[in-house]
Design a protein around this ligand. Structure first.
Ligand code: NAP
Length: 247
């Protein structure tokens, strides 16, 4: 799966790569031989740290600060790079939550979460899709959530976005598989990142058969597998990585 010519290194574009799951995915794919285009929103210090780790692994890492939900921001950042190369892998990982009960949820809280988690997928994927289809190869992995499978009180906006991502994964997979582009989803449960650091462990742990939160690298390992030749017949699927929280 060469990017531009036979000898060119493979490229993975990872959104939300400065922290948490995205950082773990970027570092894992760098270890697997990919150069990384690392998107993030605004945490430059964290992104720099990820870049240094990747460079120490002997791989290139381009930092791309932009809001995945901002059409112009996406185009301005990606178009110059896409003129020279098309990524072999896209991991749509950027996400955020704004939890509150539906009866209190403002339209801003609804739209903000849908915009980053779902419209972000649309904008970034559309940017790289044509190039992947023309080349007739590519892997797209979308990071959903258990919330999008089971629902969760207080997360109507987030669950809607993540369930939307699971549906979009299936539709897009059906559209582009014949063009060599394979699309799948990973649905993490509770994983140790900034997003979950303030949650009440004592209330949540009894509901997880594994009895613990997952590690970011346990999600990254599944993403790496979905990028591999070994996963070439898995199409439009959602793999749960949740310690048994939802089966
Ligand atoms: P995190 O630690 O909060 O990191 C979020 C990452 O996304 C950061 O790199 C952040 O960039 C970036 N980001 C946020 N908004 C963005 C935007 N508008 N444009 C571009 N980048 C943006 O989150 P995480 O726990 O690693 O979550 C990663 C993904 O996994 C998300 O899609 C999340 O919904 C999903 N997930 C997480 C869990 C969990 O338990 N942690 C469970 C299920 C699903 P900055 O550093 O610049 O802010």
């Amino acid at each position: 799966m060469a990017s531009t010519k036979e000898s060119a290194p493979k490229i993975a574009l990872v959104t939300g790569a400065s922290r948490g799951l995205g950082a773990a995915v970027a570092i894992r794919l760098a270890k697997a031989g990919y150069d990384i285009w690392a998107n993030y929103h605004s945490n430059h210090a964290a992104a720099k740290e990820v870049q240094e780790v990747i460079q120490k692994l002997g791989r290139k890492c381009v930092l791309l600060p932009f809001d995945v939900g901002n059409e112009k921001g996406v185009a301005d950042a990606l178009e110059p790079l896409l003129a020279a190369a098309i990524p072999d892998v896209l991991v749509n990982n950027a996400g955020h939550n704004k939890d509150t009960l539906m009866m209190w949820m403002t339209r801003e809280e609804w739209e903000g979460v849908i915009n980053v988690n779902l419209t972000g997928f649309y904008l970034v994927t559309r940017s790289v899709l044509m190039g992947m289809m023309k080349r007739r190869s590519g892997r797209i992995i979308n990071i959903a959530s258990t919330a999008g499978q089971s629902g969760l009180a207080g997360q109507t906006n987030y669950a809607a976005a993540k369930a939307g991502l699971i549906g979009a994964t299936k539709s897009l997979a059906a559209e582009v598989c014949k063009r060599g582009v394979i699309v799948n989803c990973v649905a993490p449960g509770f994983i140790e990142t900034d997003m979950t650091k303030d949650l009440p462990l004592e209330k949540i742990l009894p509901s997880i058969p594994a009895g613990r939160f997952g590690k970011p690298d346990e999600v990254a390992a599944v993403v790496e597998f979905l990028c591999s030749d070994a996963a070439s017949y898995i199409v439009g699927h959602t793999i749960s990585v949740n310690g048994g929280l939802y089966m």
